[in-house]
Design a protein around this ligand. Structure first.
Ligand code: ATP
Length: 306
């Protein structure tokens, strides 16, 4: 049955404006999709069964299996669109850390859209899939698109960014997640009374990506949420310091954290950084991945099974 493979994301830049009247923060961000994947398999279920979710893989702690799971909401939305019952048994193999700032839930929602579209033979136009994705969450459209992209609005208004080269990442994954809303509340608290400018992404990063200059990309990484994540989880400072000490080209908290992303010079250096993180005991586990990779797609069942 159809299996969608969906990448995690890291934000190379994340600029956060002040809280708007709609309860959201306007963003300007550069996403890069990285080769750390969740797999979502859609199987037919008996009429009236509704959506069920079975989880597998190393990163499942705390993931809901009911309708709170973003993938189940995606099934419901696509079924309503197609005018059919959402009778599907999803199997989700999770390698993207949960509540880690790498958009794992959004990846699963994007995967569920694609896998159910294939299972039901809907051939939903790509533009419509992106609209449905945006209804599910701000990070879901990027999980479909992949590559490197500039995100505006809530992060869902996407423009592809010209980028060359392969970027070698090491992710230090913390022993427990951070709630994205809590991190936004913390940044509001820390910035109380400050005058905030419109969010924006500097040219330095975009030029570096266009040139494929990993060193310059490393020097241009930025994340406005980092100090909020570190304020809530002071231990992260040590993780960031290890990246610096072991010669990473750049390092930052990924999205709302608490995953720390370190950009290595090459594959060999990424192994050194991975060993340094592991040996220091600052994180639960370490993952190495490269970017940019394509967005969600249907893969042959012979790949890693969902
Ligand atoms: P983002 O980077 O988009 O802010 P995140 O990577 O920090 O998100 P997620 O892994 O997407 O966080 O999960 C956030 C919360 O969403 C989890 O703690 C969990 O309760 C809930 N959730 C719902 N569906 C899923 C899913 N399919 N996988 C993981 N978490 C999910």
């Amino acid at each position: 049955m159809p299996i969608a493979r969906v990448p995690a994301k890291v934000n190379l830049a994340l600029s956060v404006g002040g809280l708007g009247g709609d309860g959201y923060h306007p963003l300007a961000t550069v996403f890069q999709a990285v080769s750390l994947y969740d797999h979502v398999e859609a199987n037919p279920a008996a009429p009236g069964a509704g959506v069920s979710i079975a989880l597998a893989g190393p990163e499942t702690a705390g993931v809901p299996t009911g309708l709170e799971n973003l993938a189940a909401r995606a099934v419901d939305l696509l079924a309503a669109e197609a005018g059919r019952a959402p009778d599907v048994a999803l199997r989700i193999r999770k390698e993207i850390p949960v509540a880690g700032g790498m958009a794992g839930g959004s990846a699963d929602a994007a995967g569920a859209l694609l896998a159910c579209d294939a299972l039901w033979g809907l051939r939903t136009p790509r533009d419509r899939l992106f609209e449905l994705a945006a209804e599910l969450g701000a990070d879901v459209p990027f999980a479909l698109l992949g590559g490197t992209a500039l995100g505006r609005g809530r992060g869902d208004r996407l423009t592809p960014v010209l980028s060359q080269g392969t970027y070698h990442w090491v992710f230090a994954i913390a022993d427990s997640g951070l709630s994205t809303p809590a991190v936004y509340r913390e940044i509001d608290r820390l910035r109380e009374g400050s005058v905030l400018t419109e969010p924006g992404v500097g040219d330095r990063l975009l030029v570096a990506l266009r040139r494929g200059d990993a060193e310059a990309v490393g020097a241009a990484l930025s994340n406005d949420l980092q100090r909020a994540a570190v304020s809530l989880r002071p231990k992260l400072q040590m993780t960031l310091e290890i990246a610096e000490e072991y010669g990473a080209l750049g390092w930052l908290v990924s999205g709302s954290g608490p995953t720390v992303a370190a950009l290595a010079r090459d594959e060999e250096h990424s192994l050194d950084l991975a060993v340094a993180f592991t040996a220091s005991g600052v994180c639960r586990t370490v993952a190495r991945a490269t970017g940019a990779v394509p967005g969600a797609r249907i893969v042959p069942a012979a790949g890693p099974r969902a």
